[in-house]
Design a protein around this ligand. Structure first.
Ligand SMILES: NC(=O)c1ccc[n+]([C@@H]2O[C@H](COP(=O)([O-])OP(=O)(O)OC[C@H]3O[C@@H](n4cnc5c(N)ncnc54)[C@H](OP(=O)(O)O)[C@@H]3O)[C@@H](O)[C@H]2O)c1
Length: 241
């Protein structure tokens, strides 16, 4: 059966790999993102099952307009859009700037997922799946970014309770360091990469495909009793019992 998936932030990095995993399985995928260019490049590369839906998932009006173009039924929602907005903002000078920095990360990583999930909530199919992309930062700390991802995981528990009665699962996949993304902009030094890889038990960086495979499994028939969880995909850089 062909499913329909919505992947936010699907033009690059992890989101693009998630979209590729679903199209490879014959599923139809809608990709959001603010920049048209990477979205068009991704949909061209992924073929006719992939559709670009340019949109800022933190903007209620733009999101509502984009969602109006979606089919009536969504089987899989992947709230992947986000990143550490501290990379794009100056060091805070005063309380107003500090507030802007924190609000930016909460908007990008939490509010985007909350708004998108609510916007398509009525369309989520019975037996479907919602997957949010969290971060190892939720457990290890990284200022407002880690706090926003921790809030995403807390909200996921509430969402799983709400959706459970409809047979819909909701989980967080929490990556550690993942290479081949735009996450770090151009700020990652070789030393820092070395430390991130050394922190893993597998001795390597994560790849977008590592994350995509876990997302795909969570949306599969074999994962229908798996919900309300945060699943670490980090090569053991952070372990849980
Ligand atoms: N890479 C890592 O090491 C790592 C580790 C842990 C968690 N993560 C998480 O993984 C997710 C994907 O990031 P990535 O690593 O693949 O980095 P990425 O390549 O920068 O991907 C982020 C994507 O999200 C889109 N996006 C950001 N804000 C958006 C918004 N408001 N509305 C719509 N789209 C938006 C971006 O496109 P536009 O800029 O065009 O909107 C971009 O395509 C993020 O949630 C990130 O926090 C990444």
């Amino acid at each position: 059966m062909t499913r329909t998936a919505l992947v936010t932030g699907g033009g690059t990095g992890i989101g693009r790999a998630v979209a590729a995993r679903f199209t490879a399985a014959g599923d139809r995928v809608y990709l959001t993102g603010r920049r048209e260019k990477p979205l068009r490049e991704a949909t061209t590369a992924l073929g006719e099952l992939a559709h670009a839906l340019p949109c800022d998932n933190t903007d209620p009006d733009r999101l509502a307009a984009a969602v109006a173009e979606l089919p009536d039924t969504i089987d899989v929602l992947v709230n992947n859009a986000g990143g550490n907005t501290d990379f794009d903002l100056p060091e805070p000078d005063g309380l107003a700037a500090l507030a802007r920095r924190w609000q930016a990360n909460v908007n990008a990583n939490l509010i985007s997922a909350v708004l998108t999930t609510h916007a398509v909530g009525d369309r989520l199919a019975t037996g479907g799946a919602v997957v949010h992309i969290g971060s190892i930062a939720a457990d290890q700390g990284a200022g407002s970014y880690g706090a926003a991802k921790a809030a995403l995981a807390a909200w996921n528990v509430d969402l799983a309770k709400q959706l459970g009665a409809r047979g819909i699962t909701s989980n967080v996949v929490s990556p550690g360091y993942v290479e081949e993304t735009e996450f770090f902009r151009d700020r990652l030094t070789g030393d820092r990469v070395g430390r991130l890889v050394d922190a893993t038990l597998t001795g390597r960086a994560g790849t977008p495909a590592d994350i995509a495979e876990t997302v795909f499994f969570l949306a599969s028939p074999g994962a229908r009793h798996l919900t309300g969880q945060a699943i670490n995909v980090n090569g053991g850089a952070h372990t849980s019992r």
